[in-house]
Design a protein around this ligand. Sequence first.
Ligand code: PLP
Length: 399
Amino acid sequence: MNYIELAEKYGTPLYVYDSQKIINNYDRFVQSFDVSNLKLHYAVKALSNISILKLMKSIGAGLDCVSIQEVQLGLRAGFPAKDIIFTPNSISEEEYEKALELGVKMNIDNLQILEYFGVNHPSEPICIRVNPHLMAGGNKNISVGHIDSKFGISIHQMPLVKRLIKNYGIPVEGIHVHTGSDILDPEIFIRASELIFAIAEEMDDLKYLDFGSGFKVKYKKDGMDTNIKKFGQLFGDKFNEFCSETGKELELRFEPGKYLVSESGAFLAKVNIIKQTTSCTFLGLDTGFNHLIRPMLYDAYHEIENISNPDGERKLYTVVGYLCETDTFGSDRILSEVRKNDILRFHNAGAYCFAMSSNYNSRYKPAEVLLHKGEDYLITQRENFDDLVRNQTDPGIDF
Ligand SMILES: *Cc1c(COP(=O)(O)O)cnc(C)c1O
């Protein structure tokens, strides 16, 4: 079934994911590394539908979860708790306790919680999330591990970390770093990783090193992505070298979200209104940033294509949403001539798209469909009015 037929069958706006693209990206990633123990923990926050999680499980991934609810989704998808790493930030002790009860692996992001574990759960094996402050080293190519970032324990506080670990006898089985930024030049990332190797060298209970994510995908046809083959070769060698020099047999971990699912996703929307002004031609869609917020939130670029009229004359458009708010998906885009009710396809709509959707303007969230082995499956149904008012109560106030 093609995308036009899917839009007719399920209605618009609609998210469609192609499982084969996820599988291909996973395989390409894994095959780029020549290390004996490699594990990918898919970052659930990118796209958290349970069918997607089940697909990830079937291809051998673990999960990286940032909230207790993501953990619950992972367990519901059938993951064993040991394959789930819990990497939250700024959460309560109660939430850590819940995650402990569920048996998932703890990634500790701050000294307060490290101390809490030391006092209350000294024998629980944990992972330490390190903030390497890469910007502080003058490197602007990697940007979220910088000195102001709230994530992780500062690399400058490692002496304190070591003291806590020693005093409480906490077994540290993993070191984690996720700068959240783009890995375009593998050599820069590799230089940064040396900071982590230096910490790992002094830890005796270590089982794995987790280098998070930051793998970039192509949003524009001529855009840049991470050269995963080159990265895998260089980094794999570096990792193997570290293991053999220190005599440690470690697992190498990454946590790709975007890299695995971004490209697999298409977002389909219908053109309601074509508005010619003195300056441009607006295309008004049956969706808005309530369904796909990345262009407004991050100034992200999503390729937009008119799949109803692929061979039409090329024309210039500004593509906007239906919200009562500035709601621009793309300005000055060249599309093949658009007619009323044409279907536009947004590319790279797998990661951080449906996952960030909301009910703003009291609109329903869209449906999601998964394409797998030539079949299409509805994996989230479109919301309806009952969904909108489900949690609202009528306390009977006499206004
Ligand atoms: C968001 C996140 C990821 C995934 O990042 P991508 O850019 O989507 O690959 C991985 N690890 C952690 C801890 C995260 O917060």
